[in-house]
Design a protein around this ligand. Sequence first.
Ligand code: ASP
Length: 441
Amino acid sequence: MKKLELHWQILIGMLAGLLFGFIALQLEWQQFVADWIKPLGTIFVKLLKLIAVPLIVASLIKGISDLKDISKFKNIGVRTILIYIGTTIFAITLGLLLVNILQPGDGISQETVDKLTNTYANSSGVTAKISEASKQKSSGPLQFIVDMVPDNAVSAMSDNKAMLQVIFFTIFLGISMLLIGEKKAKPLKDFFDGLNDAILKMVDLIMLVSPYAVFALLANVVVTSGDPDILLALLKYAGTVVIGLLLMIVFYSILVSVFTKKNPLWFLKELSPAQLLAFSTSSSAATLPVTMERVEEHLGVDKEVSSFVLPVGATINMDGTSLYQAVAAVFAMQVLWPEGLSFGNQISIVLTALLASIGSAAVPGAGMVMLVIVLESIGFPKELYPVALALIFAVDRPLDMLRTTINVTGDATVSMIVAKSVGKLGKPKPKEWDDHYDEVK
Ligand code: ASP
């Protein structure tokens, strides 16, 4: 696979994984896949997560300490948050429009509801999501800000879910480094610069096995997927989400071309390895190191911008997840609780889905947990929660893969726009040896 571009290698790995998965399903090799194929994918995802925290710390410190002037950072911060909120509101509104126009709840018979309820309502997947949601919502409105401030830097860094805490500590440290002056900060800055380069090299090394890893990840997705009849019954709902997510790609392309004057096809091509990984892993957090590498080296966004915008985006900006929550909530109402479909409730969905996407963890299936919180906000009958989740559980995995791809694309789009607006969008500087084994040796 020497000279083939990385995204083609990954794509071939994915297709081979799908094909192998279908063959394994026919031959009933599920156990073989679980024992011998799946671990390769798991190790790959672990490797990516392993480097996420050190990469965020090193690159954010480098980004801030290169700034020279703190007011610039405020500028980047405010723009980032405002644009993130804007794209998320757009995504939710688009989801609501589509689900109201296409009415995916119409075609679902009582028989399908019963079948899904029997299969999934008491499954551990559904009950775990409901109990996790009740844990999250028992907190007050400012809790997420309180949670952002760590009381122990080391324990924050040892917890992949505490990404915002790590970002908070790192920004604090970076700003303080600016304040003590260049000379005193130099040893620390040199240390983090070196760490940053070494970790980016680790990303390159890990990516060398990505075509094989996505093979394993997708083969496993296929052999663990549900009953095809059920999937078919939910086709209209899944189709609505998919149309919405595809329209988001069009939306991002327009944003990139209007605000940065770059060709959107070039943007999508250069970002594609990160998008394909997001699709294969269903986790924007695991994809983050690759997103950072693509955006900085292949799209030309300066580290001063990307080192802040991308890690923050991975945690608080989830356009795909928000769109999905809007569609799923209204779909569940169309099937189970049509009397709740008021205009006021739809507005409530916009607000809660926005907050929920900020609060969602960037891990597989997180969107379903937050959906319970959205349903709660509109007074959806409690006893129907398991049925509502059962309705969407069967197709959640493929939709999770797609919405994660959109989440990552949204973060990259916003980093391009913010970079352009502060004069930090430069020429891409891909390293020649990047994506090929022979060149790394
Ligand atoms: N898996 C998604 C992500 O990591 C979150 C979700 O929608 O479940 O971005």
